[in-house]
Design a protein around this ligand. Structure first.
Ligand code: URA
Length: 252
């Protein structure tokens, strides 16, 4: 089951729509960035480790904004994935989003275009967002790992650790109201568990002070359309939580 769940002004329209609004069709595209690490040593661009990289966790120095962080991440060579990438796939969307959606790692199309979720799974994600009253611009979309694993295999633990300094800094700079983890790899990385996705779904978690919800990866939905109803429910829960966090606190 775990394998099956792996990759391969919000909510206004949610009540009126239905899971069938999340259809399974086609196209999308975009552009890449370019960049350098303020914190990494000068020779880091050529340092490509083939074994497990050191756990870094945090950038040695936190860039002050997302643009600087992107620039630094795009020069990263902290793991072997950097050697074969066409682009670092950093993230896209609002700089202070209501919802931060997190997938696993770039696939072929994402590697070429430098933007997360632009392949078939991404097109389904776009329709899910649309059906929920969101868009690519109103939320933020990123991955656990910023460079494409060969053959779209799962990222290795060392690759996930190597990317953690970008991941956590990005999370902290974005300050999302809520986070939605798409699929097993994102759920296990953020929640620090090997539990199955289905056991993590259906309740709130927390990471770095932010409420976190887990749902199925859009690629799973492409293979298993019956999962759409569950995802639909998850989107409603997210929208309701965003609304409640926005609501003014009544007092006096
Ligand atoms: N799957 C992911 O997890 N992320 C992408 O960016 C594309 C597909």
């Amino acid at each position: 089951m775990a394998e099956a769940l792996s990759r391969k002004g919000a909510g206004a329209s949610l009540a009126a729509a239905s899971p069938s609004a999340i259809t399974t069709a086609e196209p999308v595209s975009e552009h890449p960035p370019a960049l350098r690490t303020p914190s990494a040593p000068e020779d880091s661009q050529t340092r490509v480790s083939t074994s497990e990289p050191a756990v870094t966790g945090q950038p040695r120095q936190l860039p002050a904004n997302l643009a600087e962080l992107r620039e630094a991440a795009c020069k990263c060579a902290d793991c072997a994935l950097s050697a074969k990438r066409k682009n670092v796939v950093f993230g896209v969307g609002s700089e202070h989003p209501d919802v931060l959606f997190i997938g696993e790692a770039p696939g072929e199309q994402e590697d070429v275009q430098g933007e997360p979720f632009v392949g078939r799974a991404g097109q389904l994600l776009d329709r899910m967002l649309d059906a929920s009253g969101w868009s690519r611009d109103s939320v933020y979309i990123m991955n656990v790992v910023k460079c494409r694993p060969p053959g779209n295999r799962d990222p290795k633990p060392g690759e996930v650790r190597a990317c953690s300094r970008w991941f956590d800094a990005q999370w902290d700079l974005l300050q999302p109201r809520v986070v939605c983890l798409l699929g097993r790899v994102a759920a296990q990385r953020v929640l620090g568990t090997e539990a199955s996705l289905s056991s993590l779904r259906g309740r709130w978690h927390e990471y770095r002070g932010v409420p976190v919800w887990v749902t199925y990866h859009p690629a799973y939905l492409l293979r298993t359309p019956t999962g759409k109803a569950a995802v639909w429910q998850d989107l409603r829960v997210l929208a309701e939580r965003v609304q409640s966090l926005r609501a003014p606190v009544s007092g006096g």
